[in-house]
Design a protein around this ligand. Structure first.
Ligand SMILES: [Zn+2]
Length: 326
């Protein structure tokens, strides 16, 4: 089974085309993020690290260049990066990153992790315990060797996953219930988890993740148990599985937060949790980059007893089947 891919939408992540020229696509770039981190540390960038080269980023860069008597071109070329000192180097990918490392590449790494939903909790260009934990979580989720060192294979996976996982359209979702994601989306141990799992007490109300129409509300024999599927615009669907009780009916219009059911453990589930899935034209995609509130897993992404929906891609809610945890 192949990993679902959305058309790549990220431009220069990891590339050397250094930022800060006006980018018509306004694509988020890890290198722009690293520049923002460096400028912020110098008090020259007052805004959020978003990897997008906007007016504030370019303005901060120009001020820096003026101050350093460099050519004021708003481009973070070799001289400018040299002038940034430790924050301007080394280039992303030029060395394996591990605990204790600092610099441009670590800031870029932190941004890549963040975009993938494994944010270390901030961007400071220093590889500390939080960054290490984030790398470990990502490596586990991606089925890589788990060593907490961001070397070539981890970077490759981050870049690849970034280009496939960053939302390209306007659709975003609310988290259907509060709580931490324990099992993430994607490949683990050769199987593919088609959604994310959020453990919660039985009976926790589940809210629709966004505006749409209930397309399915009923029992699924394949392992999803009590299942609600909401159809959204632009080919998106959200799936809510293992519900103890369904509180929505087919054809009902919902908005974000409309109660559609309650957390349970029906179907293939050994404990109460919500299995939340987002599909785009029938193909499960990683919901995390589209969630409006941060979704930080704080537990290892392994195949746990309540892991489910491994490898299924059936888009018919009546017959869709869960795989089983290996
Ligand atoms: Zn699941």
């Amino acid at each position: 089974m192949r990993c679902a891919r959305i058309a790549a939408v990220l431009g220069v992540v990891g590339g050397l085309s250094l930022v800060a020229t006006s980018s018509p696509a306004r694509a988020a770039s890890a290198n722009v993020a690293a520049l923002q981190v460096a400028l912020k540390a110098l008090g020259l960038y007052p805004s959020a690290i978003d990897g997008i080269s906007g007016r504030l980023t370019r303005g901060g860069l120009r001020r820096f260049q003026r101050h350093k008597r460099l050519v004021v071109d708003g481009i973070a070329g070799p001289r400018t990066r040299h002038a940034l000192g430790r924050r301007g180097r080394p280039r992303l990918g030029s060395r394996p990153m591990s605990s204790g490392r600092r610099g441009w590449d670590v800031a870029a790494l932190q941004f890549l992790l963040h975009v993938r939903g494994y944010g270390p909790g901030g961007f400071d260009g220093g590889f500390g315990p939080n960054t290490r934990r984030a790398v470990v979580r990502f490596q586990r989720a991606a089925g890589l060797a788990v060593d907490g060192v961001a070397g070539p294979s981890t970077l490759r996976a981050l870049r690849h996953r970034t280009s496939s996982g960053v939302p390209s359209g306007p659709v975003r979702f609310l988290r259907p219930i509060p709580g931490q994601i324990t099992d993430g989306f994607g490949w683990v141990g050769g199987r593919r988890h088609t959604g994310v799992d959020i453990p919660a007490p039985e009976g926790t109300p589940v809210g629709a993740a966004g505006r749409g129409v209930v397309a399915f509300a009923g029992w699924n024999d394949g392992g999803y148990g009590n299942l609600v599927v909401v159809k959204h615009r632009l080919g998106f669907e959200s799936w809510y599985a293992h519900l103890s009780r369904i509180a929505a009916s087919e054809g009902e219009a919902v908005v974000g937060g409309t109660r559609i059911g309650y957390v349970g453990s029906t179907g293939h589930a050994t404990g109460p949790h919500l299995h939340f899935e987002v599909r785009h034209f029938g193909t499960p995609i990683d919901p995390v980059p589209r969630l409006l509130l941060s979704a930080e897993p704080d537990r290892p992404l392994t195949c746990r007893p309540n892991a489910d929906a491994w490898g299924t891609r059936d888009s018919d809610p009546f017959v869709a089947r869960f795989g089983r945890c290996p």
